[in-house]
Design a protein around this ligand. Structure first.
Ligand code: HEM
Ligand code: HEM
Length: 160
């Protein structure tokens, strides 16, 4: 694969669309435990939160799969020369993010569509791990851009 120097518009769009959906689903999740109990018991599931959480989450899962396919097919911008330890750690961190952002909605979908009470706790556990890694990721991005002043954010924010 030829090495590229920037993320494509599609990659940038998918980065922010998935980030937005993850944040929205985190905040629009209250009462999902009760909604799941009703769904499993065959009782009516009340309120808009479960409708949003399940369908926005399912859209997110589809977008993460597309995002990973685009990543595998088109790669990421390459830094010329030998990678430093910090750069290799950042790469590893990105793969942890991809793994968690795939696993969290996949476990949610398995729980809901499979009517499985047992995987609900795992969904919430993986989601919490995802949130922690996201906080670290965003903090590192801001640190690079504003403290190290290396312009890192420009890689994901197309404004010049
Ligand atoms: C739900 C929130 C987020 C998720 C899941 C996420 C995920 C990711 C992933 C997986 C990558 C690696 C892309 C690749 O190389 O294929 C990435 C890159 C990047 N993200 Fe995020 N991100 C999130 C939020 C943010 C935020 C809030 C910022 C800015 C404050 C940000 C800034 C960046 C930057 C600058 C890069 C490029 C890093 C580089 O290539 O060296 N991200 N993000
Ligand atoms: C990354 C995306 C997602 C995030 C951030 C997220 C976040 C959350 C949070 C914070 C809870 C706890 C709510 C509470 O107990 O008050 C929860 C529970 C739940 N979510 Fe998600 N969710 C995501 C994706 C999904 C998807 C795609 C589905 C289904 C298609 C789903 C189904 C559920 C279910 C069934 C529960 C209840 C689990 C239980 O209590 O046993 N979630 N989610």
């Amino acid at each position: 694969m030829a090495s590229k120097t920037a993320y494509s518009g599609l990659q940038i769009g998918l980065h922010w669309a998935t980030a937005l959906l993850i944040a929205a689903n985190y905040f629009i999740s209250d009462g999902m435990g009760e909604a799941l109990d009703a769904h499993i018991a065959g009782d009516p599931v009340l309120g808009l939160t479960p409708v949003w959480h399940v369908w926005a989450g399912t859209l997110l899962l589809a977008l993460v799969i597309v995002r990973l396919a685009v990543r595998f097919l088109t790669g990421a911008p390459q830094i010329p020369g030998q990678k430093t330890l910090a750069e290799r750690a950042a790469d590893a961190g990105h793969w942890v993010l991809y793994g968690l952002m795939l696993a969290a909605p996949a476990l949610g979908a398995l729980t809901w569509f499979g009517k499985l009470d047992s995987t609900g706790d795992l969904h919430v556990l993986v989601m919490n791990a995802l949130m922690l890694v996201i906080l670290g990721h965003a903090a590192m991005a801001i640190f690079h851009h504003y403290v190290l002043k290396d312009g890192l954010l420009k890689k994901m924010v197309p404004l010049r």
